[in-house]
Design a protein. Sequence first.
Length: 323
Amino acid sequence: DKLKESKVYMRALFDYTPLEDKATPCQEAGLPFKRGDILQVVSQDDQTWWQAKRVGDCNLRAGLIPSKQFQERFFLERSFRLSRKDRRGSSREANVSDQNDTEFLIYEEVTRYQQKPNERPRLVVLIGSLGARINELKQKVIAENPHRYAVAVPHTTRPKKSHEKEGVEYHFVTKQKFDADAENNKFIEYGEYKENLYGTSIEAIRSVQAKNKMCLVDVQPEALKALRTAEFKPYVIFVKPRIPESCRRRSAASSPGGGEHERITEEDLQEMRLSAQQIDQQYGHQVDQVLIKEDTASACAELRSILERLERETFWVPVSWVK
Ligand code: 5GP
């Protein structure tokens, strides 16, 4: 008789290499995977070793992966060892999601999701490393298709300019009102610029979605955690500029971030590499898609095609979003 197909799917939040695992009962039976892979868990009967297949893999046989519980213990013991060696042990090495958060990044249960025609469009969140210029990308893609895509109108405490309209460029508010809203967690993010406060409210996103438009926001990656909810079902795109090996190779160095006419030094390139690495390490597990930006035009085209696919195709989302 046929075994029922397992419906348990997990997104891997860490890399696993059975050949380096001293705990596995059999290295050859292990299933290697990378962060971001979707695993179909065929059996959770054993407390320590689950059996799983990688989705999209032609290999039909299941392999062994550490159970969530077992991997948790492994990370916990390792973080103890690290913290004994070095009290400042980085969160990356301990594989925890946040400095002040003891939740380990192991698996996230996911399911296939496709937006139905009568459903609110998903929120599209852009994060970018140094030089990515995501705001420009966002504005361009929206300007081409303003009836389908929109930004969340931010709040600001700066005075309104004569050509601006309340609720179009910004919601213009007093400092007191802004502070009160911030205090009440109404913003997904806010910051100061030239002594004025700017921020994007949750309500601003909702009001775009209420018009049945796809809302695009660009935020600091710290805001991701608050946005990952069933209500918004964010699709997270990490934009990083293609960084040339060296600024001496002129043809390559002229394009990163679209800054065609700027002189870029080796230090700038190194800073860009570091910025991309840091975001990848700290927030990579919350990213649905990485967009490598060669130049503004091709990045816009790619972003446009991602947005079109979002409305048509099926994507993996946390099970808690669709219950
Ligand atoms: P302006 O006052 O010229 O319209 O905007 C100046 C700057 O304010 C922008 O370049 C941007 O850096 C910042 N800004 C605009 N909207 C927001 C927002 O929603 N959040 C944050 N943190 N900064 C914003």
